[in-house]
Write a new protein. Sequence first.
Length: 382
Amino acid sequence: MEVEMGDVTLKKKLKIAVLIRRFVTSGGKERYAVEVTKRLRDRGHEIHLFCREFDQELTDGMVIHRLPVRWRFSSALSCLAFARDCAKQLPAAGRFDIIHSHERAYCQDVLTIHTFSFKGGLRNYPFFRRLDQTWLSYRSWVYLLLEQKQMKTPQLVAVSEAIRQDGIRFYGRHDGVTVIEPGVDLDQFNPVRIAAERTVIRQRFGIDDDELLILFVGSEFKRKGLDRLIPAIAPGMRLLVLGRGDNLSFFHNLAAVSGLEDRVHFAGLIEGDVGRYYAAADVVVLPSRSEAFGMTVLEGMAAGLPVLVSRECGVAPLINTGGDGFVFDDSEQLARFLAELSDRGFRQRVGAAARRKAEAYSWDIQTDKYERLFREMFANRL
């Protein structure tokens, strides 16, 4: 979408409606929405937030349109209710230059897609269960209905190339789609700023300075492949797991049968600045089976750490294997790359390159892309 924009268009402050159920910093989608929206507000744009829940500390200078929480017992019906409530409430709030949604909805100008399609996910089921889920499940009907409507949004933003390709494969949507990856807070994860925390965190878990500390961050342990990572922990390595995962006893047992009870540490959900845990780490690993992007990988890179990710991660195309990180295809490759990173000098060179790569993905740079997109759309209406 290329248009000529005059000085008036470039300087105009836009009136932007943002649709997000929870305007909080817990959750990847939510944090993405918060970081971009706050920066648009700071640039003088008028932000109207349509949400059910919000953190008041994040919303200074924004106009809040609080929507009711409906159908708590059903995630599908709750999602549908939010879309319908937005469609009803938006006209009452006046005319907007841009309506930007982060949720399945059907009244927006721009939709940011944060997950793989529900339609594509059905393909992972066995044949008979797929038939059941497609034709006999009201939940599937609701999600597929909303998904069909959302794919008609004038402008789509995918958070990774993998998500863009998913839209092409399952909905044939080629045009009006751009990729704007998540960003990273370069100050929060600045390796110089957080360095002082390294010793503090390692001492808390009894980790010697010469041991290779591998950091895993995230919930949904099974999907994120923690069971792939635990067996790859070799002598001289420790694993620190941050997050609240499902079936925790399974992963504790896996560590035990692998003879790693004293070298795998489950720290749980971390409150406050997670940057200090990156300071303690030597490597960040995300071995997901399916991942739309992988924001923790960018955080690790910003912290000056080598990162290892499975090829199924949306962030994988950003990584130059052997240069600023590693992309692996199987557990054997993962174990081999970890062994190579036991060399401190090599690890530091890869980590420095990772930091330089991350500097191209600051939240300010990613917000620039949204601002440009919104202004182009506004100019096309004039």
